[in-house]
Structures are given as structure tokens and as C-alpha cells.
Design a protein around this ligand. Structure first.
Ligand code: PLP
Length: 421
């Protein structure tokens, strides 16, 4: 903290605009003002008494390794903050707008068009902004794509793929054609040996298993003549370029890489829309949402707005090729630290399919894991505890995790090892 009498206080070259400092000097009572000078700068606090202005560089943010809801880019949060009260001169917050008004229509249309640019989504695909999380898609898929006796193949590389399969069992005739369960979900199968059904309507994968840290680096091709690939991309959506034309359906909850929870994005080939079974609830019918441009009922307006800000930010960063490079660098740094620790840290996942997004690891001395998590939290590195079903640690390093966050974790891991080896 730095203090100065009747003057601008400058710490780390923080410039207080003259207009602000002048008005601060007129404050009678001691006060604290939080302000952000531009969207590029971090928030600062200014404490002011009649004769003293104190600037506190008080970034209260932690380094958040949560698996989802997860960290959002700071500049996106600050932009949303600056627009929260009065969105671009409309006199309203996005939370207060009619979803049918011109303001919100411009928001959802831009979000869709930016997502189309980012993923180079072909025109024969629809983009839907839905609710209910990826979990709702586990049932929406078979209800829209299958009759009750239709077959569908599932490759199960982790808990989410397993949940998708179990839900599909209620509505069609799915089959697990490969499961990594006996090897504790550490692998992706070789595609050559897969025994696919020649009649399967679709082949389902979870492109990135969030809990186990297993990621498909390439995609299997369905063997049935008019079959297509369906992917749950919840935890690696927009983390790298994807050839959308390889898929019939891609779906993802927003809350890991592209926004807050409450928005689910479905990218679906248009010819697959319109075959929902009669029993399909209206809210799960892709045709209803497609015909109404995701505005059949009140959509999660604020969440869609936030996703739009994230898409804008990803485009500004240079698009998904650039984003992928950053993600590769972060993941490499962390996996190298684990692999070069002489077994002190271990990652159980086969190297070729390790996730760029979710890095699970354990300590050789498992009794130290609690201490590791506690000490990391003291250094403002939070949410490192592994999923309750697998234990150990997990660092989720989605798009919004800066390289510096991973560097700090790696430095801490090395220092922790030096103390405990
Ligand atoms: C890969 C994957 N699929 C599905 C889900 C379930 O998503 P939701 O909670 O949005 O229903 C998750 C949640 O973490 C996930 O990581």
C-alpha cells in the first residue's frame, strides 16, 4: 500500500485520472472507492480521507483451477461490469431486456455469428443456445435422433460418456462398443478395432472427459452407412479448431470455456432436425428451437451475452489456432513438471491422449495431498482437489487460465517437492 498527502498516489505507475483525484479531495469522510480506469487495467481501490489518498493495488482475484463453472477471462468480466448497469446506452442491463427486443436480438445474433467464425461452422449446420446443461442433451439426443428400438454406439472414455449412455438407455437401444472403465479411464481406444454396429444411428463420444483428463486427439468415423458422429465437447469447446463437418451433432455446456452455467450450445446438421419422437418434451425438440432461433421461450439472456463477449475475445486473440497454441504451452508446462518429478507427482493418463484442459495428478505420498491443496490455497491457487470419484488433484486450465497461473502452480509444485521429497 502506498500513501501520499494531497497528491496523486502512484503505485506501479497506476495513474489516477485528474478528474477523479480532484473529486476525491473534496470528500469529507474517509471513503473507499473501487474503480477501473479502462478495460485493460486491473481494479484498484482508492481510500480517501480529507488529507490523504491511498491507492491499494488490491486484486482480490484467485488463480482458479475449477473444472466448471470455471474462470472467465478478466477482460470479459470487466467489460461485463462496465456494461452491467446500462448496456451500450440502452438504459437497461442485459438482465432487464426483453428477449424479443432489438437490443437482445443483436446480442444473440452476434454471438452466433462470432461462434460460426471461430469454429468455421458450415452453413448446413444450425447453432442453438439452449438450457438444461449437457446433461439434458444426454436425453435430447436419442429423443430427437432415434426411435425406441434404434441402435446407437457409445465409446465410453470416462464418467460423462457413461452417464450419456445410461440416459440413452431410457429412449433407444444404445450399446457400449468400448469402455475404458477397467483401466480407470486412462485411454482412448484405437479406432481400427472398434466393433461398430452397421445399423447405429450415431456414434457418441465425450471429446474431453473432464474428470479423468482424457481427450480425443482425432475422431473415429462411424461405419453404419448413414451414421454420424455425436460429441459432448463441454470441457474442450472452443479450446482448439475442430472440423465441424466430421460431426452430426456437437454439444457443450458453456461453463468451462465460453461462459457461465445456464447456456448449452448445440451445433447440429440441419438434415438431422425434425425427427423428434412424439413423446419429446417441447423444450427438448431441436426443431422447435431451430425454427425459433433459440427464442421459443425465454432464453438465458445474460449467459448468452457473456458467451458473446467470450467469443469476441477469442476472435481478438487471433481465433482458435492461436488459442490452441496457448493451451498447448500451458499443458506442456504442467505435464512436464509432473513427468520430471521422479514419480513425486503422477498423471495416470496415457500420454498421447492427455487433456489440454483438465490435468489430473496424484502424489506418490498420497497422505500429503490434503496439505498440497491447503498450501496452494494459501498462495491463492484454488479448486485443485480432484473429483470426489477419483481423488488426488486436478488442475483445470481452460482458455481463461493465463500462462502465469500455470507457471505459478509449477513453481509451487517444485518447491513443495523440494520440501517433502
Ligand atoms: C464433459 C461433460 N459433459 C457433461 C457435463 C454435465 O454438464 P451440465 O452440468 O452442464 O449438465 C459435464 C459437467 O461437468 C462435463 O464436464
Amino acid at each position: 500500500m502506498a500513501t501520499s498527502t494531497n497528491s496523486h498516489l502512484i503505485r506501479n505507475q497506476t495513474q489516477i485520472p485528474k478528474s477523479i483525484s480532484r473529486s476525491l479531495l473534496h470528500l469529507k469522510k474517509p471513503s473507499t472507492i473501487n474503480l477501473t480506469t479502462t478495460t485493460k487495467t486491473k481494479p484498484i481501490s482508492i481510500r480517501c480521507s480529507s488529507s490523504t489518498i491511498t491507492v491499494v493495488d488490491s486484486n482480490p482475484r484467485v488463480i482458479n483451477f475449477a473444472a466448471g463453472p470455471a474462470a472467465l477471462p478478466e477482460n470479459v468480466l470487466l467489460k461485463a461490469q462496465s456494461e452491467l448497469y446500462n448496456w451500450r446506452g440502452s438504459g437497461m442491463s442485459v438482465m432487464e431486456m426483453s428477449h424479443r427486443g432489438k437490443e437482445f436480438l443483436s446480442i444473440i445474433q452476434k454471438a452466433e455469428s462470432d461462434l460460426r467464425k471461430l469454429l468455421e461452422i458450415p452453413s448446413e449446420y444450425s447453432v442453438l443456445f439452449l438450457q438444461g446443461g449437457a446433461t439434458t442433451q444426454f436425453s435430447a439426443l436419442p429423443l430427437n435422433l432415434c426411435n425406441s428400438d434404434d441402435e446407437a454406439d457409445y465409446i465410453v472414455t470416462g464418467s460423462w460418456g457413461d452417464k450419456a449412455f445410461k440416459e440413452a438407455k431410457k429412449y433407444c437401444n444404445p450399446k457400449v462398443i468400448w469402455s475404458g472403465k477397467s483401466e480407470k479411464y486412462t485411454k482412448v481406444p484405437s479406432f481400427d478395432g472398434l466393433e461398430q454396429s452397421m445399423h447405429a444411428k450415431y456414434l457418441h463420444i465425450c471429446a474431453n472427459e473432464t474428470i479423468h483428463g482424457v481427450e480425443f486427439k482425432d475422431y473415429p468415423v462411424p461405419k453404419s452407412s448413414d451414421g454420424y458422429l455425436v460429441a459432448d465437447m463441454s470441457s474442450n469447446f472452443c479450446s482448439k479448431p475442430v472440423d465441424v463437418s466430421k460431426f452430426g451433432v456437437i454439444y457443450a455446456g458453456a461453463q468451462k470455456n465460453v461462459g457461465p452455467s445456464g447456456v448449452t450450445i448445440v451445433i447440429i446438421r440441419k438434415d438431422l432436425i425434425g425427427n423428434a419422437r412424439d413423446i419429446t418434451p417441447v423444450m427438448l425438440d431441436y426443431k422447435i428451437h431451430d425454427e425459433n432461433s433459440s427464442l421459443y421461450n425465454t432464453p438465458p439472456c445474460f449467459g448468452i451475452y457473456m458467451c458473446g463477449l467470450v467469443f469476441d475475445d477469442l476472435l481478438e486473440q487471433g481465433g482458435l489456432k492461436e488459442v490452441e497454441k496457448k493451451n498447448q504451452r500451458k499443458a506442456e508446462l504442467l505435464y512436464n513438471a509432473i513427468d520430471e518429478s521422479n514419480g513425486f507427482f503422477k498423471c495416470p493418463v496415457e500420454k498421447s491422449v492427455r487433456s489440454l484442459m483438465n490435468v489430473p495428478f496424484t502424489l506418490e505420498k498420497s497422505e500429503l495431498e490434503g496439505e498440497f491443496i491447503k498450501e496452494a490455497a494459501k498462495e491463492k491457487m484454488v479448486q485443485l482437489k480432484g473429483h470426489r470419484s477419483v481423488g488426488g488433484m486436478r488442475a483445470s486450465i481452460y482458455n481463461a487460465m493465463p500462462l502465469a497461473g500455470v507457471e505459478k502452480l509449477v513453481a509451487f509444485m517444485k518447491e513443495f517437492q523440494a520440501r517433502h521429497a
